[in-house]
Design a protein around this ligand. Structure first.
Ligand code: NAD
Length: 288
């Protein structure tokens, strides 16, 4: 699998800080090579202080597009010339396409999650979801699930800075989609149990359970884990969070955040190249 740089090579990449740990260069460059596309993907450690300058430079240099990660996702939303309907509700972007100097921005995190649901063999359209968390990942998941046709989403969050932002999010979802979104205090255990009892899927989109704090789990009452409940986590490190472990032991079908990560990249790949990322080979090499 050779990869030559030519005078026509189209540049894509990742802006954020830190970025050196990212798996995105591996998956995109492997995809470009496998399809024989004259593209390259590089990482640039750029925080919000220099984002505007970097983006202006990339634009005049005629790059094909780029991803952005923390802490740049919200500011990039402001800098874009045009944003997708999902990104407009979310208020943050992770993928930008440079179309002849016009920067079109998207948020593919939620799309990645919804593809991961399908990949795990589930169909949650028209069903109810209980979502833990109201931060960046939760906002993207909630918005895309609502746009794709999930019937209702109950968001449970602690009363931190994300809670107030989520009040606006559920309002935007209720105004712009057919989904019924509601926000609850995570401390309200009775309502949480009732919501899970009425849901097809329970999703953890908080950082609780992520390494190194792998002993943490937001669900204490294991009675909520009935056999036909799907339990998913956006966390991929560890591969099996305590939440997924507990749910699996009770017979639930579970999946982690690994394929959300893969498919958010696959969606960006399609936006830049117009081609499907060869996910089978990339899964085998980097996601198994
Ligand atoms: P964020 O900082 O925007 O949000 C963090 C969320 O966790 C908030 O809702 C916050 O209220 C909640 N939280 C934190 N501590 C809590 C506690 N003690 N109790 C209850 N809730 C608590 O972060 P983010 O970008 O949304 O990332 C959240 C997780 O999602 C991380 O583990 C991240 O690695 C993962 N993630 C995965 C993908 C993927 O592609 N699979 C993409 C983005 C983020």
């Amino acid at each position: 699998m050779e990869h030559y740089i030519t005078g026509n090579t189209k540049l894509t990449g990742l802006l954020g800080s830190p970025v050196a740990h990212s798996i995105s260069p591996m998956m995109h460059n492997m995809g470009f090579s496998l399809l024989g596309l004259d593209y390259i993907y590089l990482c640039f450690d750029v925080g919000t202080d220099n984002l505007k300058t970097a983006v202006e430079g990339l634009k005049v240099m005629g790059v094909k597009g780029f991803n952005c990660t923390m802490p740049d996702k919200n500011l990039m939303f402001e800098l874009a010339d045009e944003v997708s309907p999902a990104a407009k509700i979310i208020g943050a972007v992770n993928t930008v396409l440079n179309e002849d100097g016009k920067l079109k921005a998207y948020n593919t995190d939620g799309m990645g999650y919804m593809r991961a649901v399908k990949d795990a063999g589930h169909n949650i359209i028209g069903k109810n979801m209980t979502l833990l968390g109201a931060g960046g990942a939760a906002t993207a998941v909630c918005t895309q699930a609502a746009l794709d046709g999930v019937a209702s989403i109950n968001v449970f969050s602690i009363k931190d800075q994300f809670y107030t932002r989520a009040e606006n999010l559920v309002e935007r979802i209720n105004q712009n989609t057919n989904c019924k979104a509601s926000l609850y205090d995570l401390a309200d255990k009775a309502t949480l149990k009732e919501s899970i009892d009425n849901s097809a899927i329970l999703t953890n989109a908080t950082s609780v359970g992520m390494a190194p704090n792998t002993d943490n789990c937001l669900i204490d009452d294991e009675d909520v884990f009935r056999k036909d409940l799907i339990v998913s986590d956006v966390i991929y490190n560890p591969r099996e969070t305590l939440l997924l472990k507990k749910a699996k032991e009770k017979g639930c079908s579970t999946f982690n955040g690994l394929y959300m990560l893969l498919y958010q990249g696959a969606e960006a790949f399609k936006i830049w190249t117009g081609k499907e990322m060869p996910v089978k080979e990339i899964k085998e090499k980097y996601f198994s």
